[in-house]
Design a protein around this ligand. Sequence first.
Ligand code: URA
Length: 486
Amino acid sequence: MLKIRLNGCGDFMEWRDAARVLLMCNVSPADVVWESGSSVESGLGFGESELPVPSPTAASPSVPPAFLDLAQTVICHSDPDRFALLYRLLWRIRSERHLIGIVSDPDVIAARKLEKSVRRDSHKMKAFVRFKEVPSRDPMERRRAFFAWFEPDHHIVARMAPFFKRRFFDMDWVIATPKGSAAWDGEELTVSDEPAEKPEIRDDADELWRIYYANIFNPARLKVKAMTAEMPKKYWKNLPEADLIPDLIANAEAKVREMAERAASQPPAFHQRLQDRMAAGGMEEPSFPEGTLEALRQDARHCTRCELHCRATQTVFGEGSQSARVMFVGEQPGDQEDLAGRPFVGPAGKVFDTVVNEVGLDRKEFYVTNAVKHFKYEPRGKRRIHQKPNQGEIQACRWWLTKEVELIKPSLVVAMGATAYYALTDHKEKLQDVRGIPIAMSSGCTLFVTVHPSYLLRIPDEARKAAELEKFKSDMASVRRLMERQ
Ligand code: URA
């Protein structure tokens, strides 16, 4: 009996080199015992054999690509029997070339099961790695540094490291796990299989995740089983937002009732409001000096430039000081903004406020407005579902936006989303082609384009969501740098 010892931390090459020699020496799977580093540590270790030496005339085995794909994934599983299973498959493939395609074969079934579990673990790693900012080692602080702790079931750190490098290329990061670590410093990706220990680090980003999660949670759609399948409980302890979940579930029913009651009172239609005001004794309003933002705001209250005024509760004009240096432009007010009469006070506004605060800015310093000043929606039952404004509506409302820019004369304008970009420039490039690049405008101000915060609220995939949130944060950090340069 040959006893082959491997490190067993998901390194495919290590197993492949040993398996190739065994195959060339015609060693049957029944005559090999595989042992991994982790089984030695758990006290199951035993003496190790030297690998036999193949005859110089022995042919190197050729393996179908389907087996290679499967084996590279299965090797990451933490099951100590995976080496033996893979060697058995390899041995059998010599005489059963199409073995991997036989879905009813017990060895293939066992390997597919391990493969599925590794893929699932990898997907969860993409979704649930939460980076926390740590002090940068770069004295010039050109790159920000992040740390994440994650607890995978399998040896997937090396397999997943290139994914995180691609996605978080612009920042320095370390992902530490009990099954090894990966680190990226802008030049080199290093991976180690040394187990790490969980450090205690908190940062402000935790609050961002909590706000984000509370806002995307829809109690009316709550299905506890599906939710815990998507976000298994074992990951909760490392997710800053997870401590909200029990309360959100417990209060879901009451929240749905409250939403239904709130939604039952639809805002009065435009004509009804007009009549109510007349009946209440006329339409007298304070007057403001010509050419001021207040006078413009007053005029905008009676805007009928497009049909959207008919069904919206009120005009939602921009908010902020006339002397603001920076102007943020969104798309159009949402349901909550329409009722409150103020821009960015609903879920998208909460994400906006939090990210802006996180990069050290304060919304009070800005003028915040929208490309379109009335809420466009489609009634569905008792709810009002947001609808994108069309080109005509954006053009009609551009009149107000242009006046706001003329009066405020900001040195930096930030367009959040394609509607804002179109309203400000009349251009329709793809957002990714203009995002993050300061653009000099003919008026002398700088335009900076990013995504709309409600785009972040709509991303269903947890991993993409995490990456996009980071990118938005990095855009806001660029806005801050541009502000400091103005
Ligand atoms: N989305 C916007 O574009 N503006 C708001 O004010 C709210 C949501």
